[in-house]
Design a protein around this ligand. Structure first.
Ligand SMILES: Nc1ncnc2c1ncn2[C@@H]1O[C@H](COP(=O)(O)OP(=O)(O)OP(=O)(O)O)[C@@H](O)[C@H]1O
Ligand SMILES: [Mg+2]
Length: 429
């Protein structure tokens, strides 16, 4: 039996499409030369944490921005460079990265910190995986930091997924509370604007921090990001204009680099499955459709039931009505109708407005202020960024919302002016 796969003819065929597919993987951190158009952001993050490299106390920083705008990438990149720069100044600096969507409680996050620190050092004490409390994990963290480091940068990615913000307090007060002499800089990352508001209230005074906002990429930047990963593909697979088209589509939609890369990868997969090389415009268009449904599902998966019902209400009005934009009040009427049918207590109109705002921040909808004439004041108009049937599909996949009403049941709630044949249930799969 061959003990090396490379010796087995079954696996010897070269991949006809991908040469270095790992370059297109979601978690892949590209080298510096492949990072595009984020010089200012890199500098801004460096300005906040950079003091660490000179043995001075850093600032904490919160980074906000829509999905796929390079927040995780830039944070890791700058932190790693700071560690290296620190080391050449004889400042022993460590970088601790916590994905709070996995480590979503204070106990999990501190355990992860302790385990990562242990991994980075020769700390000999056992760190139990269970059966101990948060305080014990903190104790290990302070011990290891004291023994081995002068400074550390802690990246708390997707920080809004943490069930409370104690860890921010503990980390920022560690010196004051004489837990450790090590300088700690926290980089918190979130794509939720609501988190910012809550955070301000809870930890205003103790977690002093700066805020940075990352903006979506334009078509030229997306093109360069993808060009820099062209070597993920075999030489003849991408024809002229493929990346251009992909960038144009992604920029028009959301300026999301992750989606742009995903579309390119999915188009490659389609071409391979159909044994149809090079990648064509049709592959890109099909890939974009697949990516869009996935995107909506991802974005709405973390949303509350009320946010989903709000989206459903807007999608339902668009499908049954003759406009693509609706006022908060109009969406609210239909939302109340849906709640009525599914026997859920509705939130207030203002509560619904907050849900819509959050969805606008995520990029699922767009909201625009419009003047309603001198006497009426201004009001907000909301529209879906995507095809309403994607929303209906995504919301219907939520098992807890199985019994959603059909379009005709909703007519009496701020009804559509032009009922169409298309019943909402026809979009359910
Ligand atoms: N400026 C850039 N240059 C090169 N690649 C980039 C750039 N920005 C983002 N990418 C790539 O796009 C993908 C998404 O970036 P990243 O994970 O940093 O986004 P994010 O802002 O953290 O999004 P989310 O809020 O969804 O976590 C990654 O594969 C990353 O390598
Ligand atoms: Mg991220």
């Amino acid at each position: 039996m061959p003990n090396q796969t490379e010796g087995d003819p079954l696996f010897q065929d070269q991949d006809p499409v991908f040469a270095r597919k790992e370059l297109l993987h979601v978690g892949h951190v590209p080298e510096e030369e492949r990072i595009v158009g984020r010089d200012d952001e890199i500098q801004a993050v460096a300005n906040e944490v950079g003091a660490i490299t000179r043995g001075d106390p850093p600032n904490n920083v919160m980074i906000y921005g829509k999905t796929g705008t390079g927040k995780s990438l830039i944070s890791r990149h700058v932190a790693t460079r700071a560690r290296n720069a620190g080391q050449s100044n004889e400042v022993a600096c460590d970088v601790l990265y916590i994905d709070c969507s996995e480590a979503n409680t204070e106990t999990r996050a501190t355990r992860q910190l302790a385990l990562t620190l242990k991994e980075h050092t020769d700390y000999e004490r056992e760190i139990p995986l269970r059966g101990v409390g948060t305080m014990e994990y903190y104790q290990h963290v302070w011990n290891i930091l004291e023994e081995h480091f002068d400074a550390a940068i802690v990246i708390l990615d997707e920080i809004d997924k943490l069930d409370n913000s104690n860890i921010l307090m503990q980390l920022s007060r560690a010196r004051e509370a004489q837990k450790t002499d090590v300088y700690l800089g926290v980089i918190g990352i979130s794509n939720k604007v609501q988190y910012k508001e809550n955070l301000d209230e809870r930890i205003e005074s103790s977690f002093g921090h700066r805020e940075l906002f990352f903006h979506p990429y334009d078509a030229a930047q997306l093109r360069e990001i993808m060009e820099n990963r062209r070597d993920a593909f075999q030489p003849e697979v991408l024809s002229d204009g493929t990346i251009e088209l992909c960038a144009a589509l992604a920029a028009k939609k959301h300026g999301d680099a992750r989606k742009a890369i995903e579309i390119l990868k999915e188009a490659g997969e389609l071409a391979r499955r159909q044994s149809d090389i090079p990648v064509t415009e049709e592959h890109i268009n099909d890939a974009q459709e697949v990516a869009e449904v996935n995107r909506i599902e991802e974005l709405t998966s973390g949303a509350t039931a009320h946010a989903k019902l709000a989206l459903y209400a807007l999608a339902s009005r668009i499908i049954t009505g003759d406009r693509s934009t609706y006022k908060t009040r109009e969406i609210y009427e239909r939302y109340v109708g849906i709640c009525d049918v599914v026997a859920v207590d509705p939130v207030t109109e203002n509560g619904l407005y907050r849900q819509l705002k959050e969805q606008a921040f995520l990029g699922v909808i767009e909201s625009e202020k419009t003047g309603g004439g001198r006497s009426q004041g201004s009001y907000l108009l909301h529209r879906l960024v995507t095809d309403p049937k994607h929303i209906i599909k995504a919301v219907r996949r939520d098992a807890s919302l199985e019994e959603l009403p059909t379009h005709s049941q909703l007519e009496k709630y701020g009804g559509g002016t032009q009922p169409r044949d298309a019943d909402l249930s026809s979009f359910s799969n």
